[in-house]
Design a binder for this molecule. Structure first.
Ligand code: NDP
Length: 292
C-alpha cells in the first residue's frame, strides 16, 4: 500500500544544476514506498552561491540527507561536519547524511561501481586493473577499489594540466591504502598494451563513447581486448558503448554504468534509512527510463 504524505514525512533530495533530469527521484521514491519508509525525494536546482545555505537547510528542515551532483560535489565538502574515508581521499561528496544535525559527507560512486562488478560476478580484489580517465568518476572508483583491496591500478589520462593535478591525489590514495597506483599517458600505447595484458579488468571512466558521440572509443585498437578481460564502462547512455560492443563480440563480460548508478543510490539509501534498497525492483525501472 502506498504511504500517504503526513506531518511526519521526511524529505531527501538532490542538489545539482541542472537537477530536474535526474533518475534519483524515481529510484528513491520507489524505494521509500517499497520499504515503508515515510519519506519523499525531490530534485532541487541549486545555484553555486546558495550551496552553503542549501546545505544548512538540511539541518533546519530535519531532512534525512541529500545527494549532490555537478557542479556541487567538490564545493559541498566545505559545509559538512565530517567526511568518510573515501570522501576525504576523493575530495568530493555525492551524499550527505543528517545525523541529528551533524552532517556527514560520503561518496558512494566508487562503492556503486564495486557493487555492480560484484553483481556481475567480476572478482577484482587482490588483482590488477586498468582504468581509462582520471576525472571525478575515475577518482571515486580508484579510491574505493584501493580501499577494498585491489592490488594495483594503472590509470591512463591525456597528458594535460589535469594530469599534473591528479598525480599527487593518486599518490595520496596509494599512500593510505595497500594499492599500487601508477598514472600513465593515454597516448603511450606500449604502456597501455602492457598494463591491459597484466590486468584482470578494464574500466572506461572517460566520457568517450557517450551519446551523442557514440562512434568514439577510448582504446586505440580492439586487439588489446581479450575474452578473459571483463570490461566495465561508466557510461550508461548508450547502454552499450562501442567499447562494450567490441568486448562482447569477442566473448568478454561487459557491464555498463547503469548498475553503478543504481548501487551508488542504494548505498545512499542505506546510509539515510538503514534499509536495503530493493534493487531488483528498481533496476528495470531505470532501464526503461534510459531508453526514453
Ligand atoms: P570528468 O570531466 O570529471 O572526467 C572525464 C574524464 O574523461 C577525464 O579523465 C578526462 O580527461 C577524460 N576525457 C574526456 N574527454 C576525453 C577525450 N576526448 N580523450 C581522452 N580523455 C578524455 O567527468 P566524470 O568523471 O564526472 O564523468 C565521466 C563519465 O562518467 C561521464 O560519461 C559520466 O556520465 C559518467 N558517470 C557515470 C556515473 C555512473 O553512476 N554510472 C557516475 C558519474 C559519472 P581530461 O580531464 O584530462 O580531459
Amino acid at each position: 500500500m502506498e504511504k500517504e504524505i503526513s506531518g511526519k514525512t521526511r524529505l531527501a533530495g538532490l542538489y545539482a544544476l541542472p537537477a530536474r533530469h535526474s533518475f534519483s527521484p524515481l529510484m528513491h521514491t520507489t524505494a521509500f514506498q517499497a520499504t515503508g519508509v515515510d519519506a519523499i525525494y525531490l530534485s532541487f536546482d541549486i545555484q553555486p552561491e546558495r550551496l552553503g545555505e542549501s546545505i544548512q537547510a538540511i539541518r533546519d528542515l530535519e531532512m534525512l540527507g541529500i545527494n549532490l551532483s555537478m557542479p556541487h560535489k567538490m564545493a559541498a565538502i566545505n559545509y559538512v561536519d565530517e567526511l568518510s574515508q573515501a570522501a576525504r581521499l576523493i575530495g568530493a561528496i555525492n551524499t550527505i547524511v543528517n545525523q541529528k544535525g551533524k552532517l556527514i559527507g560520503h561518496n558512494t560512486d566508487g562503492s556503486g561501481c564495486m557493487a555492480s562488478l560484484k553483481q556481475n560476478g567480476i572478482e577484482i580484489i587482490g588483482k590488477r586493473m586498468t582504468i581509462l580517465g582520471a576525472g571525478g568518476a575515475a577518482t571515486a572508483i580508484i579510491t574505493q577499489a584501493a580501499i577494498d583491496g585491489v592490488d594495483a591500478i594503472d590509470v591512463f589520462n591525456i597528458k594535460d594540466d589535469f594530469y599534473r593535478k591528479i598525480e599527487p591525489k593518486l599518490a595520496e590514495i596509494a599512500a593510505e591504502t595497500d594499492c599500487q597506483i601508477q598514472l600513465h599517458d593515454l597516448a603511450d600505447e606500449a604502456q597501455l598494451t602492457a598494463s591491459i595484458a597484466a590486468s584482470s579488468l578494464l574500466i572506461n571512466a572517460t566520457n568517450i563513447g557517450m551519446a551523442p558521440d557514440t562512434e568514439q572509443m577510448p582504446l586505440p585498437n580492439t586487439a588489446l581486448l581479450r575474452k578473459d578481460l571483463p570490461v566495465f564502462d561508466v557510461i550508461y547512455h548508450p547502454g552499450e558503448t562501442k567499447l562494450l560492443k567490441a568486448a562482447k563480440e569477442i566473448g568478454a563480460i561487459t557491464v555498463n554504468g547503469l548498475g553503478m548508478l543504481l548501487y551508488q543510490g542504494a548505498a545512499a539509501f542505506k546510509l539515510w534509512t538503514g534499509e536495503e534498497m530493493p534493487v531488483a525492483l528498481i533496476q528495470p525501472l531505470l532501464e526503461q527510463e534510459i531508453k526514453k
